[in-house]
Design a binder for this molecule. Structure first.
Ligand code: BGC
Length: 422
């Protein structure tokens, strides 16, 4: 009798444990279809960190990569997927665009994760505000990219007897010498977002942080049409003569490869370019240099990547989203991901000892620029203005770059008109 009771109890216990395991198993095995545009060498390495950590938790990772720098193509695909009622589990969405998706009512509120993980204490308001809608978290920030960098091949510069330029005037002197030496001074990919990335660096280096703020964040018409904007446009246009004939349409990572191989001396690009140098085995400070884009020392244009979660059905899938949000903000992920991506950790308290000097400089400059009020959202990377104004301004900038027929005066009128798409 005693034995029977004991056996019964054991059996019941085992059944209970099995049921628990089954439900825990179900809760763990969620489907994670994640839309992103990280397809270059460094980017792919970085996203695989996330994939690995989600698979280690037992979730099924379905990679939804849409190639195309800065995510323009990815955002178009996302729209059509959501409209057709087939939203992914999570998507890389950034800046004011997050607000637009939240307004549509399609994003999940992740306040409970944020609260349990103390995000309010771990994130600076300049970052948490980007991923909140009406005071609620609707996005998980991943990193901080600095956009106003100049990437330099030191060997090419040494051979030509020149140093990295610190102003735009210096840039043209250095570039003339490089051109005479038979090197392409500036590696560029003629895609509108790359033109725009270069343009915002020129505006910042020409007009300074206050002008950048007025013109490209506040979209003040008197600044968009001003002698300083005219000078910025002329300087921007002058750069074209220092790029190569094959620039139109080139992907940004191929432009970075030109600097790596010594075919070009410099590239203006955010520090995802560093991810490319690193994934090719190059060493910061030796094989490549990172210096602020001309005239932009002591300022910092930032670009924060983030993921938003779409409303999904099924407890397991919701749990997978939560696990992804927790993982992204964890110190170990922040370290491994950002080491590959070229960016710096988005949360406080991550040890930077494994990071190179470019990342350390980025972290110091980010903090200093925050104090000096020279920390500025990048308009070219979806941080500064509404997506419609950004798109319209980007078009004006690219048209100006591509057509010598458009005068700076005409371009300024078009900028003022485009800014009204706000
Ligand atoms: C994103 C980066 C990405 C880059 C090139 C930027 O807008 O923030 O994460 O690496 O575009 O695709």
């Amino acid at each position: 009798m005693i034995k029977t009771n004991w056996t019964r109890r054991t059996l019941l216990g085992t059944a209970a444990i099995m049921a628990l395991c089954a439900s825990a198993g179900a809760a763990q095995a969620g489907d994670l279809e994640v839309l992103h545009w990280w397809t270059s060498g460094g980017e792919a390495k970085a996203i695989s960190e996330l994939k690995d950590s989600m698979q280690a938790k037992g979730h099924k990772w379905k990679d939804f990569a849409v190639a195309g720098g800065a995510g323009d193509a990815a955002m178009t695909v996302l729209k059509s997927r959501v409209i057709s009622g087939n939203a992914p589990t999570a998507a890389q969405i950034k800046g004011p665009l997050l607000q637009e998706w939240a307004r549509e009512g399609t994003l999940s509120n992740i306040d409970d994760v944020a609260k349990a993980e103390h995000w309010d204490e771990l994130l600076l308001p300049v970052i948490s505000n980007i991923v909140k809608y009406q005071g609620h978290y609707i996005g998980v920030p991943v990193n901080v990219h600095r956009v106003n960098w100049l990437w330099v091949n030191p060997e090419v510069m040494r051979k030509a007897g020149v140093k990295p330029p610190t102003t735009w005037d210096e840039f043209f002197t250095v570039a003339d010498t490089l051109k005479k030496a038979g090197v392409t001074p500036l590696a560029h990919g003629g895609q509108s977002w790359q033109d725009f990335t270069t343009f915002e660096a020129v505006v910042l280096g020409t007009g300074g942080p206050e002008f950048y703020r007025k013109a490209l964040i506040q979209l003040d018409p008197a600044s968009l049409k001003s002698p300083t904007m005219e000078k910025s446009l002329s300087t921007f246009r002058r750069l074209k003569a220092y790029t190569d004939r094959n620039a139109p349409g080139r992907d940004w990572n191929l432009a970075t490869a030109m600097v790596m191989k010594g075919e070009a001396a410099m590239q203006i690009m955010g520090d995802w370019a560093k991810g490319e140098f690193l994934s090719a085995g190059k060493v910061a400070g030796k094989d490549f240099l990172c210096v602020p884009a001309p005239g932009t020392a002591k300022t910092y244009t930032f670009n924060v990547d983030s993921f938003a979660m779409f409303k999904v059905k099924g407890e397991a899938n919701v749990q997978a989203q939560r696990d992804m949000a927790v993982a992204i903000m964890s110190p170990s992920f922040q370290e491994s991901f950002n080491l590959a991506k070229g960016s710096i950790p988005v949360r406080k308290g991550v040890n930077l000892s494994k990071f190179d000097d470019c990342a350390k400089a980025s972290a110091t400059d980010f903090a200093d620029a925050g104090k000096a009020n020279t920390l500025l959202p990048s308009i070219a990377h979806g941080m500064a203005v509404s997506p419609s104004a950004e798109g319209a301004i980007k078009d004006v900038v690219s048209q100006f770059w591509n057509s010598e027929q458009i005068t700076p005066a005409q371009a300024m009128d078009r900028l003022v008109a485009a800014a009204k798409s706000q």
